[in-house]
Design a protein around this ligand. Structure first.
Ligand SMILES: [Zn+2]
Length: 434
């Protein structure tokens, strides 16, 4: 951009934008609010439908074009140039069971307000940006009610078939398609525009920013994740008379699995691997019956794929050993490996520049958890920002981010997407990705 041109708008949110950020955040988090200050808003539930409606009404009242695609992703589009690519920003309104109210919801509300701040600045400066600007609420980011996680954004980037996604069923046997129809969010019109870049702001869900006194984290890379669904099969028997040596206890095998998954992570230096078994299905799940069938959901995460390779080999050997010890058999029913992703270096640099311009301390960070931005980074230049999480508390009703930090995220998000829309330096170099 030549210095002879008129100065660029700063895209700074106005005081009323910041006030509205807090007001809309509170309003959108009423559906699903828990007594202990958290949020219980499973994807495509009635509460999710109510929160989505708050968003749609808010956007429509401001003249933003609301579109809902077949898997329920909600887009709010401002089109300055008919048919030109869009800069997209957003996050998710669904939560974990008894989760926190900042995870995802903050990113959606921040995107809506940042879009408004940019639109105001554009109108005030009398310019027409190169790219249009859309905000988005992705369906089923959490993967709590419907598996897999990142479902809406995965369909959007073409990594998951829409029909397959709609056919996924929750524990009660309700498909995502049925659930979306019930809440009136099984749409017909998607974004219909090429995406020039993606931006998301999210709470950190860790202690790094808080402990270093940093306001803005610029995510440079993600950890890889290996997720396994392991089925352990034994034999149903009476817990009373059946001699111990005759028992083929699938839950006992699962107990060994749980301890081993932990031991594998503990065998690495601190911070190299995180692992968990977060969910079990036990059949028949009766106090008087030796369990015959257990499904365990296993996760290993690391920055280094070779660490996950090593873990998977050790885990496979351990499964054979546990089966022999307990007289059970096993099957790996599902395996998915999410590769570590690098986010766009130039957009990361831009985020630091914007933060410095408004006097906010920023630092490079990695993300351990998956976010919709990781999906999008596979198809378009992507930037992911973090704001501090008090105590690193996440997926918990006690999750908290201060109002000042929420406003800091809005400042940087508005500056970043505003500049992305102008196609200054950053995106121009890379061209618009489809
Ligand atoms: Zn989230």
């Amino acid at each position: 951009m030549s210095s002879a041109e008129a100065p660029l708008p700063m895209f700074r949110p106005r005081p009323e934008d910041k006030a509205e950020l807090h007001r809309l955040f509170d309003e959108i988090n009423r559906p699903g609010a828990t007594a202990r200050g958290g949020l219980h808003r499973l994807s495509a539930s009635a509460e999710d439908g109510a929160a989505r409606q708050v968003l749609c009404d808010w956007l429509a009242a401001r003249g933003v074009d609301v579109r809902v695609d077949p898997v329920g992703n909600v887009f709010g589009v401002i089109e300055w140039r008919k048919g030109a690519p869009v800069v997209l920003c957003g996050s998710h309104l669904d939560s974990q069971p008894t989760g926190g109210r900042y995870d995802g919801a903050y990113g959606v509300v921040c995107a809506a307000l940042a879009q408004q701040a940019v639109a105001q600045a554009v109108a005030g400066a009398g310019i027409t940006p190169a790219f249009n600007l859309a905000m988005v609420n992705w369906t089923n980011e959490e993967g709590a009610r419907f598996v897999p996680s990142l479902l809406g954004s995965s369909v959007f980037i073409g990594a998951l078939d829409a029909e397959d996604a709609l056919a996924v069923r929750d524990e009660a046997g309700i498909s995502l398609g049925e659930a979306l129809s019930r809440i009136g969010f099984k749409g017909t019109r998607g974004l219909d525009l090429d995406v020039a870049g993606y931006a998301e702001v999210h709470v950190e869900q860790g202690r790094g920013l808080e402990s270093s006194g940093t306001r803005i984290g610029v995510v440079r890379g993600t950890w890889a994740a290996l997720k396994l669904r392991v089925r352990l099969k034994g034999d149903q028997a009476h817990t009373g008379p059946t001699p111990m040596k005759d028992r083929r206890d699938a839950l006992l095998a699962a107990a060994h699995v749980i301890a081993e998954v932990r031991a594998i992570a503990d065998g690495e230096p601190a911070g190299v691997m995180h692992s968990s078994v977060g969910r079990l299905h036990v059949y028949p799940n009766s106090a008087n019956v030796v369990p015959s069938d257990v499904t365990a959901y296993v996760e290993f995460r690391s920055r280094q794929p070779e660490v996950l390779d090593r873990a998977e080999r050790r885990f496979a050997a351990s499964l054979n050993r546990f089966a022999a010890m307990t007289g059970t058999s096993f099957e790996i029913e599902d395996r998915s490996l999410r590769a570590p992703a690098g986010l766009d270096p130039a957009l990361g640099d831009l985020a630091h520049e914007v933060a410095a311009g408004v006097g906010l301390a920023s630092a490079d960070v990695d993300t351990v958890s998956g976010h919709d931005a990781i999906s999008l980074s596979q198809v378009t230049p992507t930037v992911l920002l973090f704001v501090p999480s008090a105590g690193g508390i996440a997926h918990n009703e006690g999750e908290y981010t201060s109002p000042e930090d929420l406003e800091a995220g809005l400042e940087v998000m508005a500056g970043v997407i505003g500049r992305m829309c102008l196609a200054g330096a950053v995106l121009e170099d890379e061209g618009a990705a489809a």
